[in-house]
Design a binder for this molecule. Structure first.
Ligand code: HAS
Length: 561
């Protein structure tokens, strides 16, 4: 891998500012919403000073802003940095701005509808809960904006390959191409769901909706969505972490193989979210279960490759013996502050990944599905490696594009560790409670956590309280991060010209593998497997004998019309 640097012009600087700063503000609002969820569930508050007493309104805001808006903006911003930097080509700024503006417009529309109480449908927007049409239009604009960003990078990638025959595509570019290939295929299903089902229904053009079909299309999108969140973090783990640790990437081939495996296996797994749903045959659920274990494979390869890379780095730094290298890594080094975000995320992911394997196992899923275990799992994944890598890289990019030194480096290093403590405590409370049957997406405050209620469940109380403690610590971490981020953004500009240079790792084993050079066979394999695994599922759903549903709101058991 070659180390390159890129001069930053004014238009790219302001685009990066828009793509990183506004979503950062939305993230902070979303995190506040998350804190409120824990307080609601414990019965500590009965109303949110900003969002009112509606628990589900706050939960929708939390999920949409943190899991959908922040992540999509970050992935586009990161791609807008990686492609011109690694390919040494200019980004078409007209299209880049068009994409950013559409995403912004869409996010504001969706957030506004949630705030107005017109879209209390949670981040999965399952019918028969119905939102205002502008919420769905907002989501469409966000997705179309991200597609435009990707379509802006594809010609750069193709041109680079034509000009550099026989050369390996830089690994970060392979990673970001993978991220957006998965995203493009996945979002097609949700586009069908929104454009042909939810929007006409919400506009009143049709009266009823096929709930099972909508859920199935959603989960066609919903599981690859989690890899859309994870893969930019994998780009950082493979491309930057070994160098930050003081070593090399153990195997370049492993990185490339992992990305290609994600292209093939990210999508044909969606019904593992629907194991408990009717209408889909158990045999197809089994097939999707099988592919779910297949998609864990690239993460297992990642675990071993990164562990080997870290061991190499630790030994370079003087680590001796079987485990001595572990203690030589720069966990708290202010000058390598980005390392702390990446390693803390990986440590969290050890437990997040294992809990995913538990979810994927059909029998165990019957015990954990729809319990608080599931948010426990996903805070160890999307709010673990993904969030920490995205926060660290947002700070890195803002300092480079705005030509500032990182301020409060000691505080910056503390953020991922405070978060790690908080998220472990939070997820422990949620998962243990979940194993005792504590439900997810339920305001336990007035009911199960209330000694005066006939529904009171005393055995859940300590776990609800533990998750409050975790939630408060997580919020503290984000407050510290926000201080560092904005202190850096508003610091004095450096005298030198702004340049972008990533801490790119060299490979310890730089294998030449021709079958990992081209996406085409992997995309074709993905499409064939998708057709084979999803056709019978969709046919089952369409054959179902259950009736379609009218729209409902969150406040009444009566249909809206
Ligand atoms: Fe998941 C539900 C299965 C990964 C996110 N998942 C969710 C939901 C979310 C989510 C948001 O099968 C809830 C959706 C909803 O609202 O209903 N998940 C899996 C499996 C994996 C997995 C098998 N999930 C993720 C990732 C996410 C994410 C990644 C976000 C980024 N998940 C499920 C299932 C459900 C589910 C069911 C449905 C549950 C239900 O019933 O509702 C796998 O991809 C995980 C593989 C990962 C590993 C870990 C590898 C470890 C690594 C770390 C190495 C560490 C090192 C550091 C080297 C096998 C790479 C060493 C340390 C030193 C100090 C040196």
């Amino acid at each position: 891998m070659s180390v390159t640097s890129m001069k930053i012009d004014k238009s790219s600087k302001y685009l990066m500012g828009a793509l990183l700063v506004l979503p950062m503000i939305m993230l902070v609002i979303g995190v506040y919403g998350g804190l409120m969820q824990t307080l609601f569930r414990a019965g500590i508050v009965e109303s949110d000073p900003f969002m009112g007493p509606d628990y589900y309104k706050g939960l929708t805001m939390h999920g949409v802003l943190n899991a959908i808006v922040f992540t999509t903006f970050f992935a586009v911003a990161f791609g807008n940095a990686i492609f011109p930097h690694n390919l040494q080509m200019k980004l078409n700024m007209r299209w880049a701005w068009t994409s950013g503006i559409l995403m912004l417009l869409g996010s504001v529309m969706a957030a506004w509808m949630i705030y107005a109480g017109e879209a209390t449908v949670l981040y999965t927007f399952y019918p028969p809960l119905m939102a205002h049409p502008l919420f769905y239009v907002g989501l469409v604009l966000l997705v179309v904006g991200s597609w435009i960003a990707f379509f802006n990078w594809i010609p750069m990638y193709l041109r680079w390959r034509r000009r550099n025959p026989g050369k390996k595509t830089p690994l970060p570019v392979v990673g970001m191409m993978t991220t957006f290939i998965v995203w493009l295929i996945a979002t097609m299903a949700v586009a069908v769901e929104i454009l042909f089902m939810l929007l006409p229904w919400s506009l009143g053009l049709v009266d009823e909706i096929n709930v099972m079909l909508a859920r199935t299309l959603f989960w066609f999108f919903g599981h690859p969505l989690v890899y859309f969140w994870l893969l930019p973090a994998y780009v950082m783990f493979y491309s930057y972490m070994p160098k930050l640790a003081g070593g090399k990437l153990y195997s370049d081939m492993a990185g490339r193989l992992v990305f290609m495996l994600f292209v093939v296996f990210s999508i044909p797994v969606g019904t593992h979210h629907q194991y408990m749903d009717p209408a889909i045959g158990a045999q197809w659920k089994l097939v999707h279960g099988f592919f779910t274990f297949a998609v864990a494979l690239p993460s297992l390869i990642t675990a071993f490759t990164l562990a080997a890379s870290l061991e190499h780095a630790g030994r370079q730094r003087g680590g001796k013996g079987l485990f001595g290298w572990l203690f030589k890594l720069p966990y708290f080094d202010r000058e390598r502050w980005l390392f702390s975000y990446l390693i803390a995320g990986l440590i969290i992911f050890l437990l997040g990944g294992i809990s995913g394997i538990i979810n994927a196992s059909y029998q165990m899923n019957t015990a954990v599905h729809n319990t608080a275990w599931v948010p426990g799992h996903f805070h160890l994944t999307v709010a673990g490696p993904t969030l920490l890598a995205f926060l660290g890289m947002s700070l890195f990019l803002i300092s480079r594009y705005f030509n500032r030194d990182i301020r409060l480096k000691g505080w910056a290093v503390s953020v991922p560790w405070i978060w790690t403590i908080g998220v472990f405590i939070f997820s422990w409370g949620m998962m243990r409670g979940g194993l005792l049957g504590m439900p997810r997406r339920t305001n336990t405050g007035p009911t199960y956590a209330n000694p005066d209620s006939s529904l009171f469940q005393p055995e859940w109380i300590s776990y609800i309280d533990i998750s409050v403690v975790g939630g408060v610590i997580m919020t503290l971490s984000i407050v510290v991060f926000a201080v560092v981020f904005f202190a850096t953004l508003f610091a004095k500009e450096k005298e030198t010209d702004p340049v972008l240079e990533f801490p790119e790792s060299e490979a310890y084993h730089n294998e030449e593998v021709s079958w990992l050079r081209n996406f085409k066979p992997w995309v074709i394999a993905a499409i064939i497997i998708i057709i084979l695994t999803y056709t019978p599922v969709i046919l089952d759903v369409l054959d179902g004998t259950f009736t379609t549903a009218p729209p409902y709101g969150p406040d009444s058991p009566m249909p809206l019309r």
